[in-house]
Design a protein around this ligand. Sequence first.
Ligand code: ADP
Ligand code: ZN
Length: 729
Amino acid sequence: MVESSASMRVRVALPLPLGPYDYRVPAHLSVAPGDFVRVPLGRNYVVGVVWDEAADAELPEAKLKDIEARLEAPPMAAPLRKLVAWVAAYTLAPLGNVLRMAMSVPEALAPPRLIAFYRLASDAPDPHSPEPGILTAARRRLLLEASAGARPLAELARAAQVSPAVAKGVADKGWLARFEAEPDADPAPDASRPRAVLSEAQDDAARVLAAAVGNGFSVTLLDGVTGSGKTEVYFEAVAAALAAGRQVLVLLPEIAMSAQWLARFASRFGVAPAAWHSELGRTARARVWRDVAVGRVRVLVGARSALFLPFCELGLIVVDEEHEQAFKQEDGAIYHARDMAVVRARLEACPIVLASATPSLETLENVARGRYACVALPARHGGAALPDVSLVDLRRHPPPRQSFLSPPLREALTQTLAAGEQAMLFLNRRGYAPLTLCRACGHRLQCPRCTAWLVEHRLYGRLQCHHCGYAAPLPKTCPACLAEDSFVACGPGVERVAEEARALFPDARIELMTSDTVTGPAAAEEFVRRMTAREIDILIGTQIVAKGHHFPLLTLVGIVDADLGLAGGDLRAGERSWQLLHQVAGRAGRAAHAGRVLLQTHMPDHAVMKALAAGDRDKFLAAERADRERHGWPPFGRLAAIVLSGEDEALVDRVARRLGATAPQGPNVKVLGPAPAAMAILRGRHRRRLLVKTRRDANLQAIVADWLAQTKLPNNVRLQLDIDPYSFL
Ligand code: ADP
Ligand code: ZN
């Protein structure tokens, strides 16, 4: 053994925008990379992770502090540490900001909390053949339950259908024996249960996906039309991973809307998967986190943040609806969960499946270049036909004044209801009206803190800003001209469409489904249940109705304003509109009855509308692709967006111009701006944007990092950097 006079030192990454820092390892401790350790920082202690980089051997002893303790939690595995470092380098975020996402549940690092279980005590009266008069019926039921297996008291009471007070009374009598243990593990999904009978095309696709499991890293696009059974198909890859003893991560864009998905999983694998979403309480989060780390969770379905969970034997990742923008996290650490999921799969040496009926151009380009494999499901399951899509030219068939449903759409609704079928009306705009103005002077009601109109919500009886959450009642008098009761609502939101539909079809059962009425997974599930049980005739909703649902009796989809997503001139506006409208359209006619879709538009000649009407995806995507290539937009070039913001407009402006003046320029790189952001004021902060555009093969991160390192920002101006931006507000 080599004696060394210098102390053992290691580098510790902290979940803060600071560090990593070096610490001394006291003689009684031994630590390895990945260990969670508590270290002193200033006057406090923080928990960090022993990192892979070597500590600085030159740092004087006197400057080093001791690691205080090593936590008993399972260490962070090497692939996750690499992912954290990779994401930080890619997004140019401080390592600690990314690490924080991988340590999002501090409670999980503490020793697991034990809970109290109760079983039948040995000296309790025998509930199977009680002596007469000793036990009430309720007490007897409780003891019977307790004899069947130990459970927490509340669960025993529920199972026995007795009140908590009765249960407590029985426990107090000493008839139940109490002990403490970790909460029970949920039963594991069972891959050997019978699978759905797959069609030949489904079976071929399932075989390809399943064969990738256990064969290292690969990316496969599962490109299947709406209703083709993509879920059933990738479930076979899930089954293969489970059979191989590996864990599975499924990322969904919106976990609150996944009740149908969960039910299908349960029918294939016997139990629900572990779920990870913002509604989970802290205790549940800690438990899931730990169970993922020790391998007790076999399949986890989650929103984007599940990407940073500590899987210990990950064998497959699935990203469903891979084109969804919800995978892009827009605040805090800005990253695209689909892209980073591919990185994680590579680091874990496991396959990843990207599923969609409307794959992103980025993914399709990776397929075209041979970097991703692709399996296709070109037809709907069970012989259902794709819906018939037609355009309603609003210039030729305008709705009556102050209404929004055109005569052809009204006629189609009438027919659908008469046939006893269901309809859906889609408008991607919450509230009653997007704009409220004064009839007398034309004054428009605007958010006091943002460059945005206030949206009237009659459901709540108030005006709301959809960007900052500001809310106020509708004023009695116009703040500009003092006219009384002079406000008029302009344009439609879903509430207004519902009002019109109720007036037109007073006997129909009409429901509004938006993030205002769907308050959580339970509410979402209830909507889906009622729609499936045919308790709703017309479902009216925002994009929340567009995704994933399978409603067998839904035969008519009306798109109230198909042009909505095309305004604003975002580089992906066309692609995104096409994806969203195609997905909405795909809700129609998924079972025995043929579906049809009416798209109301003022632009029937627009490429998006023509593609939707003709069902010609390839032509549309080819044109989009050519356009992007010509202009060097992604995926043919790379972008980074910079937003400077602050309360002092002149200062923000000055800083932005100074930054602009030192911007890199050259054949490979161009910087656009600074310019006021489309959202020029947000939450009272003035915003200026710059956009860096490079060739595809340029090192965007190096260019941006070099440039930004030259400028020191004043404290009251914030810089937000977004690599591969999807939002241009
Ligand atoms: P997609 O996700 O491709 O739009 P889904 O996976 O939602 O399609 O499948 C559409 C419907 O068809 C679902 O109700 C699904 O359960 C059903 N389905 C698909 N494939 C099969 C199959 N092989 N056997 C039975 N039902 C299937
Ligand atoms: Zn606002």
